[in-house]
Write a protein that binds this ligand. Structure first.
Ligand SMILES: Nc1ncnc2c1ncn2[C@@H]1O[C@H](COP(=O)(O)OP(=O)(O)O)[C@@H](O)[C@H]1O
Ligand SMILES: [Mg+2]
Length: 1107
């Protein structure tokens, strides 16, 4: 909406008139006044139809902001105030949308703002075309090529502080979407003479100053340069500094731009090395040296600079030095070497510098093209931007100006051809009524210069190629002869007497009446510059350089490629490239920007009427307006016109069947466009006034909006309906699914309820059944029980009856027996004695006893005393007898058993019996001893010769001979002793020697003590005061304790008739000499196996641990 409030036509708030076509009255004064008025109001752009006139404001205006770009974007050309952006937008859109290649032709004098305009166009296009990382990089590279080329190709001139000293044509390539793909730059004729010499008040190319003020010390040192401008002959001193220009900052910009464009570090380095070399070349000076043949030969004054150049560029110093002193001319197998004089040496030096620099410049352009060229092979659309040097008229005009102005003539030609001539011719072609407009066609001037036979360039080339002495004067003479009659050629010496007295025209000059004015050219230097000669020795020296860039710049220096043919002259080269350019431009849709310089002082706000008037005149702008006015502002073939506006009329919308022209007629009638506003050509409709076109456009826009609304309406309807249908369908699906779900749920609920009800009923039925069954069973049981009871009662009754019957029968029998007895007794009483009953009783008894014994005889158990069997008692009255009989039998069989024993066995059993009486149930060791036979003499002393002495000492019978352990009181340890028991004594003897240690008569032994446990310890207590008692009691241990104690007991009894006291206690006292020591038996661990251990606990206590 915001946009709508802004202008909708250039007619709104117009200062003067925005389009000169609308100027009233149309004459030069009002034209200039209009421009001036607009200029004073900061309106620097004005249209003539679709041509933009741009007046250099010489100050920055706030009309190039991004907001402005947005404002002009996609707007109709005539909608907003005139602006270079409107033209750019028009060109870009027609390229993008109508697939027409475009070219933007920017013309005007030097300093009129062409280069700025070209940059504005490029930046606008960059701003509105596609976006994205890749596209942005392409854009950036395209834009950044400008600072690089400007640094090397622009210089300060009196007209312009940043004057392009080369022509530039740049093709920007786009894809079908309008995204930039890349570009190609062509350069035209760099003004290389500037390298070695600059007019007063002008500078050399920017790069020299930039490098000296911007490069770091380090970098300068590497390039062997010094900061001081005055050190260099090639840098004009009077205007080394330009106001408002920061060379140092620009240098950084240039380096940065080079990096962005894609220069490698080593390439940048090489480029600056060449620049440094050129600068230093200017410092080489020569001095004459007389030679024998009287000719002068040049010598280098100071070889230091030469040395540094050679170091910098890798050229062999001697080779370069020689190339500055000699010249080799080769002609048809001949090689002649001549020396150079000082002037020739200087000429050679400058030629080298110029060539180095201009070739470097061309190399830069090629290198940039390599970087920015489109990467794809898809079909491209092209927008060409031509920024070529403007028409130049200086005080001293030379070959360069001649060439530049020739180029401008050609451009004017194109302009004339494409606009004025083409327009008029088109009207004629289309059969439109047309009043011819006179305009100046400069073709005649172009012909004067470029005609292949008589053109000035052809003359110059002919002169250069001609054998013999050729000078600029001979060239002028030739011109005087050939061109004298040409109405645009003026010369003092020409045959035409018109100029004989024209003192403003010096003899060494010729003058051409260009379309933009008369220009006088100094003929001096034309031949040289056209030849553009570089001595072969120099190019060969360069080719030999150990510097890849320099070597590449001088391919002709390669001796292998020597070419004796002369290279094409500068003039013919230029002519050819201009011809190519013109051809190229003719294939594209032209867009014109005509730049005008308001004053000569580069000053803002100053509008010099005369200067502007001059430019308007030679640019033919007034004619341009006239043609526009006389004709029609807009034309279009019928088909596209109908196609574009057919929606404005019912008959033609949506399809017109019939010829397009008829359709357009119907359309225009319907729209009620006044008849004078348009004309029907043969193939095109011509619209006189732009406003008619705007009206059409507006209607169309309105209609398009309506159509869009219609489409939108239908689309929305369609969309809603589809959505509705979809929703309906979905609803049905959802509903069906939901119903299914709900029914399922309901069904399941009913089903489960049914199951519950069913289960209840079944339960109820089952319970009922169960109850019935239970009842039935109880009835059955009850019946059974009743039956059982009944049967029981019956049975008992029957039993009782049977018992009664049996008793009765018995009673009957008894009674019967008694009765019989009684009868018998009564009958037989008279036959029996009175005591017969007693006798019968006794007899019966005897008979029973007899039977018992007889049966017992057969039932006797075995004779073993341990057999416990005994037959059962048959009669109660024999009970005591039966027991007595058992006892007697046992005693008897024991006797029988004993009777089998020998005396010795008897003794043993006596002893065993004795032991049993002594120890059974008293000592835990006892049960183990029962099975062991008592042997007595375990040691057979008599048989062992070791004990002969002992045997001799004991002449009595030995009852016991055994090894025992005598317990030491001091430590509880044991020592082995032989224990001997004889009839009268007890002896202890050393086990090894058999020496008797002690001998005790049995009468002195009063007691033996031992524990109740399972150990073999025992103490033999001696009678106090007896002879043996001195040493105290014996504490011994033996494996046969039971046997020894028993035998000791029995022997003592038989000898002394006294019972030996045997004490069984777990704690007893033992007399050791004077002291009584307590021996205590405790339950010990089974650590040492089953052996009891004795330990001395203290002086009074020995502890025996029994496992
Ligand atoms: N549109 C503009 N706005 C502001 N200054 C301009 C504009 N056009 C040109 N200039 C000024 O004029 C100078 C010369 O312009 P330039 O384009 O280099 O001229 P030309 O290329 O025609 O010789 C520029 O350096 C700039 O200072
Ligand atoms: Mg320029």
């Amino acid at each position: 909406m915001a946009k709508m409030e802004v202008k909708t036509s250039l007619l709104d708030d117009m200062i003067g008139v925005g389009d000169m076509v609308l100027l009233e009255p149309l004459d030069e004064d009002s034209f200039i006044n209009n421009l001036k008025k607009r200029f004073d109001h900061n309106e620097v752009y004005t249209y003539i139809g679709s041509v933009v006139i741009s007046i250099n404001p010489y100050r920055s205006l706030p009309i190039y902001t991004p907001e402005k770009v947005e404002e002009y974007r996609n707007r109709n050309f005539y909608e907003l105030s005139p602006h270079i952006f409107a033209l750019s937008d028009e060109a870009y859109r027609s390229l993008r949308d109508q697939d027409k290649d475009q070219c933007i032709l920017i013309t005007g004098e030097s300093g009129a703002g062409k280069t700025e305009a070209s940059k504005l166009v490029m930046s606008y296009v960059a701003a509105v075309c596609g976006k994205g990382a890749e596209v942005n990089q392409v854009k950036e590279q395209l834009l950044q090529s400008n600072p690089v080329l400007e640094a090397f190709g622009n210089a300060k001139t009196v007209r312009n502080d940043n004057s392009s000293r080369f022509g530039k044509y740049m093709d920007i390539e786009f894809d079908f979407k309008g995204d930039p793909l890349g570009g190609v730059i062509s350069n035209y004729l760099l003004e290389k003479s500037r390298v070695v010499k600059q007019p007063r008040g002008e500078r050399n190319f920017h790069i020299f100053y930039q490098i000296l003020s911007g490069a770091s010390e380090d970098f300068l040192c590497k390039l062997k340069l010094e900061q001081d401008f005055s050190r260099y002959n090639y840098l004009g001193l009077d205007s080394a500094k330009v106001n408002g220009v920061d060379d140092a900052a620009n240098f950084r910009t240039v380096r940065n731009a080079m990096q962005i464009v894609g220069f490698m570090d080593h390439e940048t380095q090489s480029v600056f090395e060449v620049v440094a070399a050129v600068l230093k070349l200017g410092n080489i000076e020569f001095k004459p040296e007389s030679r024998v043949n009287g000719l002068d030969e040049s010598k280098i004054k100071d070889k230091n600079e030469l040395k540094e150049i050679c170091e910098l560029t890798g050229i062999d110093q001697s080779v370069l030095e020689r190339a500055f002193s000699f010249r080799t001319v080769e002609a048809k197998q001949e090689k002649v070497s001549t020396t150079l004089n000082v002037a020739q040496a200087y000429y050679a030096r400058d030629a080298l510098a110029k060539n180095l620099y201009s070739r470097l410049f061309s190399w830069l352009v090629t290198r940039i093209n390599e970087s920015i060229k489109a990467q794809t092979k898809v079909r491209k659309k092209v927008m060409g931007v031509l920024d070529i040097y403007g028409f130049e008229i200086f005080e001293d005009n030379s070959f360069e100006q001649f060439i530049i102005n020739y180029c401008n003539e050609k451009l004017q030609q194109i302009f004339i051809e494409l606009t004025l001539k083409e327009e008029q011719e088109e009207y004629i072609r289309e059969g439109i009524e047309w009043t011819h407009i006179e305009y100046f066609n400069n073709a005649i001037i172009c012909d004067l210069i470029e005609n292949n036979q008589t053109g000035i360039l052809a003359m110059l080339d002919e002169e250069c190629l001609r054998p013999g002495t050729v000078t600029d004067d001979t060239f002028l003479e030739k011109l005087n002869q050939v061109c004298a009659t040409h109405q645009h050629f003026e010369s003092r010496m020409s045959k035409c007497s018109r100029f004989l007295n024209d003192t403003t025209l010096p003899h060494s000059c010729f003058r051409i009446q260009h379309y933009a004015g008369k220009v006088m050219y100094q003929v001096e230097g034309f031949v040289d510059k056209n030849n553009d000669l570089l001595y072969r020795d120099l190019s060969q020296a360069m080719w030999k350089a150990n510097h890849s860039l320099i070597k590449a710049l001088f391919p002709e220096g390669n001796p292998a490629k020597i070419n004796l043919k002369r290279p094409p002259t500068a003039g013919s080269q230029f002519k050819a490239s201009v011809a190519t350019l013109m051809k190229n431009l003719q294939t594209k849709n032209p867009n014109y920007i005509r730049c005008i310089k308001p004053n000569d002082k580069k000053a803002a706000h100053v509008f010099n009427d005369a200067l502007v008037c001059h430019q308007i005149r030679y640019l033919g702008l007034l004619e341009n307006v006239r043609v526009r006015r006389a004709g029609y502002a807009f034309r279009q073939a019928y088909e596209p016109c109908l196609e574009r506006y057919k929606m404005l009329c019912k008959q033609t919308w949506p399809h017109w069947r019939g010829p397009a022209r008829a359709g357009v007629e119907v359309l225009f009638n319907e729209l009620e466009i006044p008849e004078e506003e348009f004309s029907f050509g043969r193939s095109k409709i011509f619209i006189r006034n732009p406003r008619t076109l705007f009206k059409l456009e507006d209607l169309r826009k309105q209609r398009l909006e309506d159509l869009a609304t219609l489409i939108e309406k239908i689309y929305r309807g369609w969309k809603c309906r589809t959505r509705f249908l979809l929703m309906k369908k979905s609803q049905i699906v959802i509903a069906s699914w939901y119903r299914r779900y709900a029914q399922q749920k309901k069904y399941q609920k009913i089903k489960s309820s049914a199951i519950i009800v069913q289960s209840y009923i079944r339960g109820w039925k089952a319970r009922k059944l169960l109850r019935e069954l239970k009842h039935q069973r109880r009835c059955n049981e009850a019946a059974t029980i009743i039956a059982a009871y009944w049967h029981g009662t019956q049975a008992r009754r029957e039993l009782k009856r049977l018992k009664e019957e049996a008793r009765r029968k018995h009673a009957v029998a008894v009674i019967w027996a008694f009765w019989l007895g009684l009868k018998v007794r009564r009958e037989y009483r008279k036959f029996f004695r009175a005591n017969a009953g007693r006798k019968i009783y006794e007899f019966t008894l005897q008979r029973l006893i007899q039977k018992y014994f007889l049966e017992m005889k057969n039932k006797m158990p075995s004779l073993s005393p341990i057999d416990k069997n005994w037959p059962a008692r048959p009669y109660l009255f024999l009970d005591s007898t039966h027991k007595e009989l058992k006892r007697i039998f046992h005693l008897w069989r024991c006797k029988k058993y004993r009777d089998q024993f020998t005396d010795q066995q008897k003794l043993i059993y006596e002893e065993k019996l004795e032991a049993s009486e002594l120890f059974k149930d008293k000592k835990a060791l006892y049960p183990a001893s029962v099975g062991q036979p008592f042997q007595g003499a375990y040691l057979e002393i008599s048989k062992n010769p070791k004990y002969k002495k002992l045997k001799d000492a004991v002449d009595e019978k030995i009852i016991i001979a055994e090894v025992v352990n005598k317990i030491n009181r001091a430590n509880g340890k044991a020592t082995s002793r032989i224990f001997l028991l004889t009839k009268n004594n007890v002896l202890l003897a050393d086990q090894k020697s058999g020496n008797i240690k002690s001998e005790v008569p049995l009468g002195d032994v009063i007691k033996v003590s031992m524990s109740s446990q399972n150990d073999g310890f025992f103490a033999v207590h001696l009678k106090e005061g007896s002879g043996a008692a001195g040493k105290g009691d014996f504490l011994l241990s033996s494996d046969h304790l039971i046997e020894m104690a028993t035998k000791l007991y029995r022997t003592t009894l038989s000898q002394t008739k006294q019972k030996l006291n045997i004490e069984i206690s777990d704690e007893f006292l033992v007399q050791f000499r004077q002291d009584k020591v307590c021996v205590k038996f405790i339950q010990g661990s089974q650590k040492n196996g089953n052996i009891p251990t004795c330990k001395r606990k203290n002086n009074r206590l020995l502890e025996v641990a029994v496992p």
